[in-house]
Design a protein around this ligand. Structure first.
Ligand code: ZN
Ligand code: ZN
Length: 365
């Protein structure tokens, strides 16, 4: 079937609105009518950076929509179900998956089409189109494996639900699952975009003591306050590491880096108390090297540094959890959605995101 999409034809160029052709859902594939898709920073990073994936491509992975058709072997979903997509492609039966560590699945390829099969997406002329993150959500329709979807209550609006699949499970999950914060922990969050604000909300849910938001944009710091930050630090006013040390009497138990730059990753390490851990969430440029003082093992009192993949999410459980919290008024998704835009406005939406003044824009159909 035909679907309108925002297509990336060349790395570094704006998205182009054009028609794509979607295959019939085969096996355990599901066709989703996309109702909302978030503008995640990761898509922009990919659209602008050198990588091996062939063009053209369809990006977009913060998807919420309605099941429009199911393949013959689909058991989990029926036409009409409200669903959220997640890019954590997984087989569902390896030892990692069975432990709920879907992000560490050993055989994600089992939930994709093989090289011997026709691609899920082509141009109208039949040329293959790369489907990023197995979702390709910047389109009216998305075809994906049922393992990449989770059902949500129809009560939750699509533009809110979309954020659950990436920004929320990543940010709140980093606090609640990757870091498993304890009540009373002191926390710093470097970078207060959509994901950073979700780390803050996760820290609130965990009962953190001080939640220090760090960002260069005053508007984002104001937002951070609304989401539960107890202290706001703007690095323009002085060294954030010193400020965090002052505020906490020596450093934080957990520092979350949500920007993806080496200097801020180093700051995350430097603002730890003994026994603290730095969590690196922001996607760093390939080839980035961090210099670390190995003495942090001994004199540093067991400091740690840990990479975070999608907030250690088991999204089939986590997405309905956050959806419930939202419906109960315990999780703020409303203020995460800065603006809803049309698919045609995607390039403007990303320009706005680049300026760093908004949390998240969401495309709605
Ligand atoms: Zn994302
Ligand atoms: Zn697996």
């Amino acid at each position: 079937m035909k679907s309108k999409a925002a297509v990336l034809e060349k790395v570094g160029e704006p998205f182009v609105i054009r028609e794509i052709e979607l295959a019939e859902p085969a096996g355990r594939e599901v066709l989703v009518q996309v109702k909302a898709v978030g503008l995640c920073q990761t898509d922009m990073s990919i659209a602008q950076s050198a990588h091996q994936a062939p063009m053209p491509a369809v990006l977009g992975h913060e998807v919420a929509g309605v099941v429009a058709a199911v393949g013959p072997d689909v058991t989990e979903f029926a036409v009409g179900d409200h669903v959220v997509g997640c890019l954590v492609t997984h087989c569902g039966h390896c030892d990692r998956c069975r432990k709920g560590k879907l992000y560490a699945c050993r055989h994600p390829e089992e939930a994709r089409r093989g090289r011997d099969q026709a691609p899920r997406i082509t141009t109208p002329e039949g040329q293959p189109v790369t489907q990023f993150f197995d979702l390709g959500g910047f389109a009216e329709f998305s075809i994906t494996h049922e393992n990449n979807l989770v059902a949500v209550s129809p009560e939750i609006p699509f533009d809110r639900a979309a954020l659950l699949g990436c920004g929320v499970v990543t940010g709140a999950g980093a606090a609640l699952k990757s870091a498993a914060l304890q009540a009373g922990d002191n926390v710093a969050v470097i970078g207060c975009g959509g994901v950073g604000l979700s780390v803050i909300q996760g820290a609130v849910l965990a009962g953190a003591r001080r939640i220090i938001a760090i960002d260069l944009q005053p508007a984002k710091l104001e937002l951070a306050k609304r989401f539960g930050a107890t202290d706001l630090v703007n690095p323009a006013d002085g060294d954030p590491v010193e400020r965090v040390r002052e505020l906490t009497g020596g450093g934080v138990d957990a520092a979350f880096e949500v920007i993806g730059l080496a200097p801020t990753a180093k700051q995350a390490l430097d603002m730890l108390t003994k026994d603290g851990t730095a969590y690196l969430i922001g996607v760093q440029k390939p080839g980035t090297v961090l210099e670390i003082d190995p003495l942090m093992t001994f004199n540093g009192g067991q400091k740690g540094i840990r990479g975070v993949s999608m907030g250690s999410t088991n999204f089939k459980v986590d997405v309905p959890y956050y959806a419930d919290l939202y419906l109960q008024g315990r999780y703020n998704l409303d203020d995460l959605v800065s603006r809803t835009i049309s698919l045609e406005e995607i390039n403007d939406g990303y320009e706005e995101l680049k300026k760093g003044e908004v949390a998240r824009s969401v495309i709605t159909f």
